[in-house]
Design a protein around this ligand. Structure first.
Ligand SMILES: Cc1cc2nc3c(=O)[nH]c(=O)nc-3n(C[C@H](O)[C@H](O)[C@H](O)COP(=O)(O)OP(=O)(O)OC[C@H]3O[C@@H](n4cnc5c(N)ncnc54)[C@H](O)[C@@H]3O)c2cc1C
Length: 426
């Protein structure tokens, strides 16, 4: 088994940088490149994204790879708008990047003992279809055991009363980040990979960001800075002696990759022991199992799958399957961190995934910081940040990232970034 959270320090890419930009975006995850794409779609070219490794190498390539409203978030009515937004974005992304965002059938079993009762699942699925406002990827249906076993032959029949089928979106998260990044660069913004932001300071002429590219350091100035560093967001504040506006927390999620278990549908499973939802998914010729949810207090660079998380996932999974998976079935593991604003009144899995934006102001110079967010809804978040920056500059332009013409044409990932080789490198 290989653990796959190596980060790349690496050599500088040689991207030529100006001394000044209108906007500097720190972090080349989906949010960083998404905001660059949003600004570029408004005609802004004077934008720099800096990424210490390669774009998408952080959280944005460690997700469950779902483009979804988040059926499980329907447990909290406060999150209904978040679900509706995700479903709208799912519909849009599947038309803007149809080769990367595709529909996947899911099986949601009703357990004989424990788990959610059938009527509750039915209400949840009805609500999920309804919130998609006619742009669902297919309405839910009740499946006969034979039909369910055809799509998921590894299910243990003796555990279930019956099965619902519903539809959601699946993606290759890294490919999506790279497509958005490419779309942004084709529109004129600069993305500098292997370029680390060390610190931020402010003086009369704007924000100064100290960058390190290999052995070289350089100070670059901008009127607006976006801290889209996700789990690393407060690291740079600490180095810069900037007080964050809110407390952040990292919530670790671990996944296992095993051989193809013959699934043609994803499994949406609820652990009877602790009520947590997890997925078993067909993905790129493998089966993906995840995720865990644990508070993570270590350095973000050191976040790797822990033995107890691996065991947790194997045990939970085996409760539902006719085959029994062991450590030796695991080909790779990977772990990422959900970067959230701390809600003192919530536990980890009930902390809302709604994003939060904070702003440090120095006169008219602004420093934005992002908390929370979802791969699925990155475009909506990017639009909010893009609009805030444009308005602050007196520009009434509109985001155009919903227009196919703003998107790079389909291409394939370089060979060394294909599954599963890429997990050993990024
Ligand atoms: C386990 C897990 C599963 C998830 N599953 C889903 C899902 O199925 N669907 C969904 O919609 N959402 C999912 N999410 C949420 C989604 O993945 C995140 O919201 C999203 O990827 C966050 O992107 P980001 O750009 O904010 O952060 P990141 O992708 O982490 O980007 C931050 C970037 O900053 C870079 N960086 C760090 N320090 C520096 C520095 N000093 N200088 C320059 N660059 C630096 C990092 O290398 C990194 O690339 C999941 C999250 C987790 C953790």
């Amino acid at each position: 088994m290989e653990n796959t959270n190596e980060t790349t320090a690496g050599k500088a890419t040689g991207t030529k940088l100006e001394a000044r930009y209108r906007v500097i975006i720190l972090g080349g995850g989906i949010h960083g490149v998404g905001i660059a794409h949003d600004l570029a779609s408004r005609g802004w070219r004077d934008v720099l994204v800096v990424e210490k490794s390669i774009i998408g190498s952080g959280t944005s390539s460690k997700s469950t790879k779902l483009i979804h409203g988040g059926l499980r978030y329907l447990q909290h009515p406060r999150d209904f708008p978040l679900v509706a937004e995700g479903l709208e974005e799912r519909a849009l992304l599947s038309t803007l990047a149809p080769d990367i965002v595709k529909s996947l059938p899911f099986i949601f079993p009703v357990m004989k003992k424990g788990g959610m009762p059938r009527f509750m699942i039915k209400i949840g699925l009805w609500l999920y279809d309804t919130l998609s406002h006619g742009r669902s990827m297919g309405r839910h249906v009740w499946l006969s055991p034979n039909e369910a076993l055809k799509e998921a032959p590894i299910l243990d029949k003796s555990v279930f009363k019956g099965f619902y089928k519903f539809f959601d979106g699946q993606t290759d998260d890294l490919a999506l980040v790279r497509r958005v990044g490419k779309s942004a660069t084709l529109l004129g913004v600069t993305i500098a990979e292997r370029t680390k932001a060390n610190s931020i300071s402010h003086s009369d002429d704007g924000w100064h960001v100290e960058l390190r590219m290999g052995e070289e350091t350089k100070i670059v100035t901008a009127k607006y800075v976006v801290n889209a560093l996700g789990p690393w967001a407060h690291e740079i504040f600490k180095a810069s002696k900037i007080e964050p506006k809110v407390e952040g927390l990292n919530n670790q999620g671990t996944h296992l990759m095993v051989r193809d278990l013959g699934l043609t549908s994803g499994l949406f499973l609820q652990s009877p022991a602790d009520g947590r939802i997890f997925f078993v998914l067909p993905w790129e010729g493998y089966t993906l199992i995840g995720t865990t949810e644990d508070n993570y207090t270590g350095h973000p660079d050191d976040c790797v799958a822990q033995p107890e998380q691996i065991e947790y996932l194997l045990n939970r999974c085996n409760q539902f399957l006719s085959i029994k998976l062991t450590q030796s079935d695991i080909i790779k593991t990977f772990a990422g961190m959900r970067w959230l604003a701390k809600d003192p009144n919530s536990g980890l899995s009930s902390t809302s995934r709604t994003h939060l934006l904070t702003v440090h102001e120095k006169g008219s110079d602004l420093l934005f910081t992002i908390y929370g967010g979802k791969l699925t809804a990155y475009r909506a978040l990017a639009k909010e940040v893009g609009t805030a920056i444009a308005r602050a500059f007196g520009d009434k332009s509109k985001s155009q990232t919903d227009q196919p013409v703003m998107w790079a044409k389909a291409d394939v990932l370089p060979l060394d970034l294909m599954v599963p080789q890429r997990f050993s490198k990024i």
